[in-house]
Write a protein that binds this ligand. Sequence first.
Ligand SMILES: Nc1ncnc2c1ncn2[C@@H]1O[C@H](COP(=O)(O)OP(=O)(O)OP(=O)(O)O)[C@@H](O)[C@H]1O
Ligand SMILES: [Mg+2]
Length: 330
Amino acid sequence: MKKLRKTKILDIKNVCKHFPIYKGVLRKVIGYTKAVNNVSIEIYKGETLGIVGESGCGKTTLGKCILQLYNVTSGNVFYEDADKNQIDILNLSKNEKLNFKKKIQVIFQDPYSSLNPSVTIRKTLIEPLKIHKIDNPIEKITNILSAVNLDPDYINRYPHEFSGGQRQRIGIARALSLDPEVIICDEPVSALDVSIQAQVLELLLSLQNERDLTYIFITHDISVVEYLSNRVAVMYLGEIVEILDTVNLVNGSKHPYTEALVSAVPVTSLKGREKIILEGDVPDPSDPPLGCHFHPRCKYAMDICRIEKPLLKSLSGSNSHFVSCHLQPS
Ligand SMILES: Nc1ncnc2c1ncn2[C@@H]1O[C@H](COP(=O)(O)OP(=O)(O)OP(=O)(O)O)[C@@H](O)[C@H]1O
Ligand SMILES: [Mg+2]
C-alpha cells in the first residue's frame, strides 16, 4: 500500500444528524434517532478511510451528511484546497454548492436501483456533465467507459442489459465523470459475487492511483477494509469509537467493540484466537445506554463504564490511534 502524505482534504467537525421521531396524527416529535452524533475526523488526500460498524450504526447517514444529501443537525465539514484555505462546505451559497458538488461523488451499494432503468447509459452519464456545462461530453464519457473497462459501444444500452459487475462499473463511471477528488463508496461490492467483488476492488484501487482519488469506504466487511484502506474508523451507535491505521487493526485495536468485529472475520492471521460473540442487538439510537454506549455488550465493562461516557482520545505515544474506552489509561 502506498505511503500517505497526510495532506488534509476534509475535516469533519462535530457532525450530528438527529432524525425526529413522530407520533400520532398530529405528528408530534417524541424523540430523536441520533444516527450520527458528534463525529469528528480528518481525511487525508489520496487515502482510503474505511468506515466499519454493524448495521444501523450511522455509516450511510454520515456519508450522506458529507455529500450534503442531508442537512446536518449541527457540525461542519471543511474542505481544504491546494492553498490550504478551509471551505465550509455545508454553508455554501446555491451556486458555490453546485460547483462544489463535483468534488465529492458517491458509489452506492446497489447499482441497479441507483441507475434509472428507463434511460440509456449515455443519458445517465451525460446528464451530470450537462448540468455542470462540461465541454465535449460524448468524448468524456467514451474515455470514462474505457477507464472502467467497459466497451464504449455499450453506450446506448439500458441498465438491465448489463451484469451486476458491469452495472457497478457504470456506477463508478458516473462517479468519475465530473473528475471528483473524493468518492464515498457505500458498500460498493456487497451486492456482488465474490469473484466480481475482487475485480471491482482492483478497479477502484487502480483508478485511485491513476487519479489521486480519496476514498471514504463504507462497509461492514472487515476483510474488504483490511485489503484496501489505509485507516479505519469504527462506528458504534452513531459515534466513532476508534480510529487506527489498518496495519494495527488485527493485532493492535484497543476498543473491545473493534476487537469483537475483527474476531468475527475468518482470516488466517486470526487462527486460534478466541471468537468474541457480541451478545444482544445494537441498542436503540433514540435511547442509548447511559455511560459508554457499548457497556451492556462489553465483557470488560467496569463500574465507571455504566456511568461516564468515555471521550475519543489519542492513545499515548500515537498521533494516529484514537479510542474512546475507559480501559485505556488517561
Ligand atoms: N431518513 C431517515 N429517517 C429516520 N431515521 C433514519 C433515516 N435514515 C437512517 N435512519 C436511522 O439512522 C440510523 C443509522 O442508519 P444508517 O442507514 O446510517 O446505518 P448504516 O450504518 O448505514 O446501516 P447499514 O449497514 O444497514 O447500511 C438507523 O437507526 C436508521 O434507522
Ligand atoms: Mg448503510
